[in-house]
Write a protein that binds this ligand. Structure first.
Ligand code: SAM
Length: 321
């Protein structure tokens, strides 16, 4: 059995925000004055994680991504990974800021995690600290190597280009792919919960980032070659490079027509669309049949797509990005 939404899109990818807490305060995601994240609060109940995963598995789920907040803040994150993999989730991945990753990468792999995405918005230690509200770059760079050594492949690096903040680093990030088999993915800034905060003006369209990369390497005689579409990203490779450069363009070229996602928020609600506030609550103690029914309803409530100009209602840390 599979889950089809009213537009016939097959929904087989579940993103779970397993905690609303984060150990960074990235300027465009969870600003420093945020009051959302009292210590100890907002971990998603693990029983809910498993019951929703079970229901989705019943309908041919292909992929789960654990995100947050910062998933590695959970003491039970390895157990969650192990249980989900034992349940038979075909493709199990995680998005993390990497701060706590180096030490646990082998254990995550051993527990059954297939792949990892590390969010990293600057290769300059000072700029990294500014963007993340106090984070330290070296442990994250170590974590990228540790994840690759542990076999969490391919390691994907998520970069959100921000005008005047890190957009001059596009070529530097692209250069990471020359000698390492990493994927560097440039993600357009989406308007999220910070309307009127001036954040929108920092957005950089993918085409501009791509041009920066192509121009920088053309001078060195290295062309940027199209590799193909990969999920939500358009993938390129610098001639002779080991890794991939992806451009994810939810704003300039949204992929709603191909959306295959359902989200489970850190407050335990199913969210059919990132850009809509519509959410369905899963009552605590719901039976497997009830959870399956709520999941089916959520899929039927998926809108056709994002309305032009709309912002993401709610906090990214709760929705999971
Ligand atoms: N703490 C983890 C991390 O940093 O990867 C997981 C949660 S974070 C919300 C997941 C991803 O969402 C990160 O790659 C982050 O850059 C991205 N993100 C957050 N706010 C965004 C926005 N407004 N536009 C685009 N991407 C955003």
């Amino acid at each position: 059995m599979i889950l089809l939404d009213p537009l016939g899109r097959r929904i087989d990818y579940l993103r779970m925000s397993v905690t609303g807490r984060c150990n960074l305060r990235c300027i465009y995601c969870l600003p420093r004055d945020s009051r959302c994240c009292a210590p100890g609060a907002l971990h998603l109940d693990s029983r809910l994680i498993f019951s929703v995963a079970q229901a989705a598995m019943h309908y041919g789920l292909q992929k789960i991504r654990l995100t947050g907040g910062e998933p590695l803040l959970r003491d039970d994150v390895i157990d969650i990974v192990r249980t989900l993999k034992q349940m038979g989730v075909p493709d199990l991945s995680m998005t993390t800021n990497g701060v706590l990753l180096a030490g646990v990468a082998p254990a995550l792999k051993a527990a059954g995690l297939d792949r990892i995405n590390v969010s990293l918005d600057s290769l300059d230690p000072d700029a990294y600290t500014r963007i993340t509200g106090g984070g330290s770059l070296p442990p994250v760079m170590d974590a990228i190597d540790a994840a690759a050594d542990a076999g969490l492949l391919p390691v994907k690096i998520n970069v959100v280009p921000l005008r005047g903040v890190n957009d001059s680093e596009a070529a530097g990030f692209a250069a990471l792919t020359i000698d390492r088999p990493v994927h560097v993915r440039f993600i357009e800034l989406m308007p999220a919960g910070h309307k009127n905060s001036g954040m929108e003006s920092l957005a950089v369209p993918s085409v501009e980032t791509m041009e920066k990369v192509a121009t920088a390497f053309r001078r060195q005689g290295r062309r940027l070659l199209f590799e193909g579409e990969g999920g939500s990203s358009r993938n390129y490779r610098l001639e002779g490079a080991k890794g991939i450069i992806g451009f994810i363009s939810p704003i300039s070229n949204h992929f709603c027509g191909r959306c295959n996602r359902m989200r489970l928020t850190s407050s335990g609600k199913l969210r059919p669309c990132l850009f809509s506030a519509d959410e369905l609550e899963i009552t605590p103690g719901a039976s497997p049949d009830e959870v399956e029914n709520i999941l089916k309803q959520a899929v039927l409530r998926k809108p056709a797509g994002r309305k032009t100009g709309s912002a993401i209602p709610g906090r990214m840390s709760s929705i999971g990005g």
